[in-house]
Design a protein around this ligand. Sequence first.
Ligand code: 6PG
Length: 223
Amino acid sequence: MNFIEYADREMLVMNVANKLAGKLKSALSGNDRVSFAVPGGSTPGPIFEMLSATDLDWDRVDVLLTDERWVDGNDPLSNARLVREHLLNDRAAAARFIPFFRAGLTPGEGAEAVAPSLAAHMPISVMLLGMGDDMHTASLFPGDPSLHDALAADAPLLCPVYPQGQPTARVTLPAHVLDGALNKHLVIFGDEKRAALERAETLSPEEAPISAVLDGTEVYWAA
Ligand SMILES: O=C(O)[C@H](O)[C@@H](O)[C@H](O)[C@H](O)COP(=O)(O)O
């Protein structure tokens, strides 16, 4: 893990957007298509907006979610909605987006239906992650009874999860897919998350799911 601190969030957003653009461009120079996995939450929005204006071959980029709440794409909780509103505009509107939610299916049925199509995007070329104060990442939550399956080395490419205390069920890329990304970036803001990350480095993935994906990850932090 490489930890990089920025003087403020604006500096971080500008630098991380540029870094992600550079990694996408180098992946594009060696591949016909590349995959870019992105999280939900409140952190990535400004990075998405800066990226969306970046001049690169977005028509050769497949945008995936790291996880999704099991709600319709118009629901305010939807990560697909977040990505459509903040990333898939301007130049990035040309990217191919692979949503996970399937109306009328349960999270388990939906994960089973979508997982086979994700194989073509593996390993993920470039991935951005966020993290909660509880050391969750994507939808790998400590204490979630379904976490064990999503941490397994042979977990399916998309896993249903039912994290306690969350308003909806979710689906998530499993730990081995997240950790297998060729380029891993984590953005966290604030002292709470910085302390949580330090704790996570001493804990198991069951206690701190983020610890399953920290090897080789570029971590960017601002207060
Ligand atoms: O669907 C989600 O919510 C995200 O994928 C999740 O893993 C997020 O990255 C963290 O919860 C941090 O969220 P914030 O950026 O809002 O702190």
